[in-house]
Ligand binder design. Structure first.
Ligand SMILES: Nc1ncnc2c1ncn2[C@@H]1O[C@H](COP(=O)(O)OP(=O)(O)O)[C@@H](O)[C@H]1O
Ligand SMILES: [Mg+2]
Length: 423
């Protein structure tokens, strides 16, 4: 079988071809290798240079290699912090024609450290707690996305400094599984594995004298699960507020935003006696709206713009004839991503919106007045202006009026301020 390189980027195969694939990874000469610290692993793992990049090469059988490659690509698509898959190399043989194992190639996560290297400097307990928080956040994110890790451990996580805190990245997806949603049992099983693995790893560190004496390995494993549960609860619990106290809802959304999560849709129910309001947020990773908009419409926008555009799209969908009455609210219809209701599929409606609303509106702004703004930004500006005018008029003034006013009164001013002084 000939050497075969499956890669995500068409430039990578050429660079990867320079590496000595005919040798078992353990025998690669030093000139190819990069001596950075590595965590404990079952397989042989080495860092090597490929062009300007440092790559991590892991030797394993073909099937698990391809599987892990696909899973890492899925995680990348849904925006989970994990190492980037670059390629799978199969069909390796040595000079005598003997088969060699396949390899999975990922991009070395710059600035990251395996936990052992961090602990060797005998971490202070406060720093350890921040690492544990980062790992709890990672596990919650994975579970929200429907990913059962199957082997959450310190060895399978990389830590990177992130503005004073730490961010945790998944490095080993071999045992993982992606589902539409996880059951409580699946989450608890994963969490249990995490607890046992982490306590075990800390016990090893303790035995080798590299653990701060104030840290109890068993307690620590339990504590990380408690942190996970607290965060999960904060993200998914139902709140009941006195009617009329809507700012409590907003406060809660802000708190979730501060934790780096977004509220994609919410279910608000008024009690039949009118006294209380029940609020269940559906929480997603930050960046969700951006990905959603891209998927539905092909438009690539910043997160806040994307959120605004999606809201507009939803409102527009609610006015369409094939939007069947009795459907769930537009938010859940659009964001559940399914075409399981009557009427047109969200993707079809979304494209109609792009064709009939988005593009014509953007086109009505003369190109010479647009400056450096791209289409999504212009549309976002127009929506903002419409909101502003509607607030002032105490009623919706409509998009057309907003566009006219924006072109007449706002754009010329922005252009003047943007123009260089000597122009
Ligand atoms: N892309 C990467 N960036 C940085 N370190 C990596 C990368 N890939 C692997 N490693 C290091 O190699 C170790 C082993 O990788 P892993 O995928 O967990 O192998 P195994 O499946 O054998 O357990 C990790 O703990 C990590 O330290
Ligand atoms: Mg591992």
């Amino acid at each position: 079988m000939a050497l075969q390189i499956n890669a995500t980027n068409p430039e990578h195969p050429a660079l990867l071809l320079e590496l000595p694939w005919h040798l078992p990874l353990e025998e690669w000469p030093e000139e190819y290798l990069v001596p950075l610290p590595r965590g404990i692993s079952r397989h042989v793992v080495r860092y090597a240079r490929a062009g300007d990049e440092v790559i991590a090469v892991k030797e394993l059988a073909q099937r698990p290699a391809l599987r892990e490659y696909e899973l890492l690509r899925d995680l990348d698509r849904i925006g989970i912090p994990a190492v980037d898959p670059l390629a799978v190399v199969t069909g390796r043989t040595d000079p005598a024609g003997e088969q060699l194992e396949s390899v999975l190639v990922t991009r070395h996560l710059g600035g990251s450290m395996p936990y052992r290297s961090m602990f060797e400097t005998t971490l202070r307990p406060a720093t350890m707690h921040r690492l544990m928080d980062a790992l709890a956040v990672l596990l919650v994110r994975l579970h929200l996305a429907g990913f059962a890790w199957g082997d959450c451990s310190l060895s399978n996580t990389l830590f990177r400094r992130d503005a004073g805190a730490y961010a945790a990245y998944l490095v080993d997806a071999e045992t993982g599984d992606l589902h539409p949603e996880l059951s409580v049992g699946q989450r608890e099983y994963d969490l249990d594995l995490a607890r046992v693995n982490i306590s075990g790893e800390l016990l090893d560190l303790e035995a080798s004298g590299a653990l701060h004496p104030s840290v109890d390995p068993i307690e620590f494993g339990t504590e990380i699960c408690a942190r996970y549960q607290k965060l999960w609860q904060e993200l998914t619990r139902t709140s009941v507020y006195p009617a009329g106290k809507y700012h409590y809802i907003e406060r809660r959304i802000r708190r979730l935003n501060d934790l780096g999560f977004d509220v994609a849709e919410m279910q608000i129910e008024h009690a039949s006696n009118g006294d209380t309001v029940t609020f269940v947020p559906k929480v997603v990773d930050a960046g969700h709206h951006q990905r959603q908009l891209l998927r539905l419409t092909g438009l690539d926008a910043e997160e806040n713009q994307a959120r605004r555009l999606l809201n507009d799209l939803e409102s527009w969908m609610a006015t369409q004839d094939d939007y069947a009455p009795g459907d769930p609210p537009p938010g859940s219809r659009l964001r559940s991503g399914g075409g399981d209701h009557h009427g047109a599929r969200p993707e079809v409606l979304a494209h109609r919106w792009v064709r009939e609303v988005f593009r014509p509106t953007v086109r009505s702004v003369p190109p010479e007045l647009r400056g450096p703004m791209d289409a999504a930004e212009i549309y976002h500006e127009l929506l903002e202006h419409r909101w502003y005018l509607s607030e002032r008029a105490q009623q919706d003034i409509g998009l057309d009026t907003a566009v006219e006013d924006y072109i007449r009164s706002i754009l010329p001013r922005t252009r003047t301020t943007l123009r260089p002084a000597d122009d």
